[in-house]
Design a protein around this ligand. Structure first.
Ligand code: ADP
Ligand code: MG
Length: 810
């Protein structure tokens, strides 16, 4: 955009012998006019009538030749039009003031020719001076009369009469008058003849159509389009210059017109008034709407008024006293126009078609250049065209081989190829991601990490990793590449719901009890379930149990089978737990021990099989890898020797074919073995649980048996059996021995405070009644002690740890 520029306003005074010297005075710089009006005596002595005006303008042309007028008013605007700036030169003034004389001039006298022929002349002269540009010139001549549009050049033989009335159309390129003929002129003479044609038509119309030529607006437009011959020809500039001979601006009151003349005058006044409004609105930065459509004149000149145009207004005035009113009115109009600013700018356009052609040309040239460059640097057969599907597939295959490691590097050929390699990397990556995900989804089920039930269900079935290995093998056997399940993660015990039995066990642990089998050979889970008996310092038993485990022969638990009667009399000192355990396994616990051994041997057998299967899988995997390598080698050989294709199928030799068959077979074997391994792992998991269970039961029964056989006094055992279904051996021995002779009172107190909440309170009550009835001294005493123990057990069972953890004695 150019800099802001004011509308240029000039005044031309029509020469007259009767010039009102006293009333009209020019400034010394010829840029101002002062008007002095004598007071109207008819208005009386005192009146406020204004009598003096001063108008500042861009130039006052008095007695100026047509030549000077053109130089002053039009030359710059026309010159700039050739550089791409639109321009509008308008003559404004009352009828007879010299507008047509200024604009068109006296056609019969070359010297008196006006702005129009001179502008055409200048345009063609300048074109001649610019051989670097191909400039085309077109002209049109429009007349607006009573708000109707007339083409003053429609009479030309090649134009033909217009059937439909002309209309003003707006499009992105600007204003376009539909139906107005635009004539290409390649030289001055052609343009002149068009001008004369228009002028003649204007005069004829004033006779035939009864048109008063001074009451119409005439717009002669010169359109130019300049393409550089030397620089880029896709960019070009367009411009137009409107030379406007406006209708007489005289006001109605003065003319006293009526009828047709009145109508004409009304239209003229309106359109000139709208012209003024439009130009003022254009100059107002805060106005976003300019009322162009209010009249045909402003609408037709929409893209030639203000805005980015050079605007020149020439006001023609009479210099006579009689016309002073109109002169004042015209000068007021001129000074208002002068305040309006515009922002002239070049109309640069781009020829899309030419642009594409040029780019194509350049592309072809660059390709040639590249070919030369390639041949000079011995890079032959490099193709720079966009890749087709086959080429892209080849790059994809290269990328895959590169990722597999069978291709060391991907040769760089050109930019397009590099970009495609990157692209295929992305494609392969995303495909692999999808494959991994779907493989995982096939093998695993997504579960909520907070869904413990689901997690425990999953743990039961055991997870498999991608290679088909069991995940997190607890005993650390050879195949354990995957992620260990939570149950075997170091330092994390499985979170399972505790059964009341477990609670008893854990409480027992809290109490400080430890199992004779709590050595390193037993896992935490099994220990926790085996603790009902008081701590034993007996190291023999630990050793023995360790041995048991090594030889897979931990023996059965005590069955409930009543062998008690056959039991030998109790020895005075209890045997060591180790010795007792041996005895227990052979007698009371023989059945459980047998089941335990059986399960253990099944477990070991399955583990052995799993280990063998794993070895086989590893061997198959290795063979697969080797076969793959061999295949790749064959392929690279084939590629080196040249490939043969038949109907789109690659021809390969027998060796390669056999390798492919072998690979297929190996994969099948691998899948089968993998399946077997998975089944085995499930079985192992299950067997392991059975073995753990048996081991737990065996130890627990042993503890009970040991307590009953050697630790708990027989009288207490009898008493305990009376009151509860609890087996005496289950009672922590420390509880039994710590109860003194006088526990009755404390028991009563306990009965009142805690017992009612205990689930076995009825048993307690029944037991008490029975005991009361019998009232045997020693038995009774023993009963009380036993009841205390039962109570303690009840407290523990119901989870009232307080009652158990803290000593019952206050
Ligand atoms: P308008 O177009 O404003 O109605 P014209 O241009 O038709 O007025 O002028 C009316 C008459 O005055 C014409 O005969 C014209 O030749 C004459 N005339 C106007 N201005 C000049 C001038 N500057 N020098 C000589 N003759 C002029
Ligand atoms: Mg005229």
């Amino acid at each position: 955009m150019g800099t802001r520029k004011k509308v240029q306003a000039f005044v031309r005074v029509r020469p007259t012998d009767d010039f009102a010297h006293e009333m009209i005075k020019y400034g010394e710089d010829n840029k101002s006019i002062d008007i002095h009006l004598k007071k109207d005596t008819r208005r009386g002595v005192v009146n406020n009538q204004q009598t003096d005006w001063s108008f500042k303008l861009d130039g006052v042309l008095h007695n100026a030749s047509q030549d000077l007028v053109y130089e002053t008013v039009a030359k710059d605007a026309v010159s700039q039009a050739l550089d791409g700036y639109n321009g509008t030169i308008m003559c404004y003034g009352q009828t007879g003031a010299g507008k047509t004389y200024t604009m068109t001039g006296a056609t019969e006298n070359y010297k008196h020719r006006g702005i129009l022929p001179r502008a055409l002349q200048q345009v063609f002269r300048m074109i001649e001076e610019r051989p670097t540009h191909a400039i085309t010139v077109r002209v049109s001549y429009l007349e607006i009369y009573n708000e109707n549009l007339f083409d003053l050049l429609s009479t030309l033989p090649y134009v033909g009469p217009s059937v439909t009335p002309m209309t003003i159309v707006e499009n992105p390129q600007g204003i376009f008058i539909k139906g107005l003929s635009v004539h290409l002129t390649s030289q001055e003479e052609d343009a002149f003849s068009l001008l004369f044609e228009g002028e003649t038509n204007r005069i004829i119309a004033s006779h035939t159509m009864n048109k008063n030529s001074s009451r119409s607006h005439c717009i002669f437009t010169i359109y130019m389009e300049a393409h550089s011959r030397t620089l880029s020809d896709e960019k070009y500039i367009t411009s137009k210059i409107n030379l406007v001979d406006l209708a007489g601006s005289e006001r109605l009151s003065k003319t006293g017109s009526e009828g047709r003349v009145l109508k004409e005058a009304t239209y003229i006044n309106k359109s000139l008034s709208f012209l003024e409004q439009a130009i003022i609105a254009l100059g107002d930065q805060n106005r976003d709407h300019v009322p162009f459509r209010q009249s045909k004149l402003t609408h037709a000149l929409k893209d030639s008024l203000g805005g980015n145009c050079n605007m020149v207004l020439l006001t023609n005035i009479y210099g006579e006293a009689a016309q002073l009113d109109e002169t004042l009115s015209s000068l007021r109009f001129a000074s208002r126009m002068k305040l309006v600013t515009t922002e002239p700018a070049i109309n640069e356009k781009y020829d899309a078609e030419r642009m594409v052609k040029n780019l194509e040309k350049e592309l072809a040239l660059l390709k040639q250049e590249l070919a030369i460059h390639d041949s000079l640097s011995n890079r032959t057969l490099v193709n720079y065209d966009p890749m087709d599907e086959i080429q892209i597939a080849e790059i994809n295959s290269q990328v895959r081989r590169y990722l597999e490691g069978t291709l060391d590097e991907i040769d760089i050929i050109n930019l397009r190829q590099i970009q495609e390699v990157f692209n295929q990397f992305r494609v392969v990556l995303s495909q692999q991601e999808q494959e991994v995900e779907s493989a995982l989804r096939r093998k695993y089920t997504l579960i909520d990490k907070n869904d413990f039930a689901a997690i425990s269900a999953v743990q039961k079935v055991e997870l498999m990793d991608i290679e088909g290995n069991l995940v997190g093998e607890p005993d650390g056997q050879s195949f354990g590449l995957g992620v260990a399940p939570f149950s075997v993660k170091p330092g994390k015990k499985p979170k399972t719901k505790k059964t009341p039995k477990d609670q008893v066990s854990s409480s027992a642990r809290k109490e400080g009890a430890s199992s004779p089998v709590s050595g390193k050979d037993f896992d935490v889970a099994s220990i926790s379930k085996t603790q009902l008996i008081p701590s034993s310092k007996d190291g023999d038993l630990k050793d023995m149990l360790a041995r048991e485990r090594e030889t897979s022969s931990i023996e059965p638990l005590i069955s409930d089978s009543p062998k008690e009667e056959l039991r030998a009399p109790r020895p005075s000192t209890p045997p060591s737990r180790t010795v007792a355990f041996e005895e227990f396994k052979n007698e009371r616990g023989s059945e459980i021990n047998r089941i335990f051994k059986e399960n253990k041997s099944i477990l070991n057998e399955r583990k052995k099989r799993a280990s063998e299967t794993t070895q086989r899988i590893n061997a198959i995997k290795q063979e697969i890898d080797e076969t793959k390598d061999a295949l790749n080698f064959q392929k690279s050989l084939r590629e080196k020797q040249g490939e043969y294709e038949n109907k789109g199928l690659m021809i390969i030799d027998e060796e390669e074919f056999l390798l492919i068959l072998k690979l297929k077979d190996l994969k099948k074997q691998y899948r089968n073995e993998y399946q077997e391994l998975r089944d085995l792992r499930a079985e192992i998991q299950y067997c392991q649980r059975l073995v753990d269970q048996c081991r737990h039961r065996l130890l627990m029964e042993f503890d009970i048996w040991y307590n009953e056989s050697f630790m708990i006094p027989e009288d207490i055992q009898v008493a305990l059996k009376l009151g509860s279904s609890i087996r005496p051996g289950m009672v922590p021995i420390s509880r039994i021995v710590c109860l003194g002779e006088d526990d009755q009172d404390r028991f009563s107190h306990l009965q009142q405070t805690v017992l009612p909440e205990g689930p076995d309170s009825i048993t307690f009550y029944n037991a008490k009644v029975k005991t009361d009835q019998k009232a045997y001294g020693s038995i009774r005493r023993a009963w009380w002690r036993a009841a205390c123990i039962i109570n303690a057990l009840n407290l523990r069972r119901t989870g009232v740890d307080q009652g158990y953890d803290k000593p019952i004695r206050p």
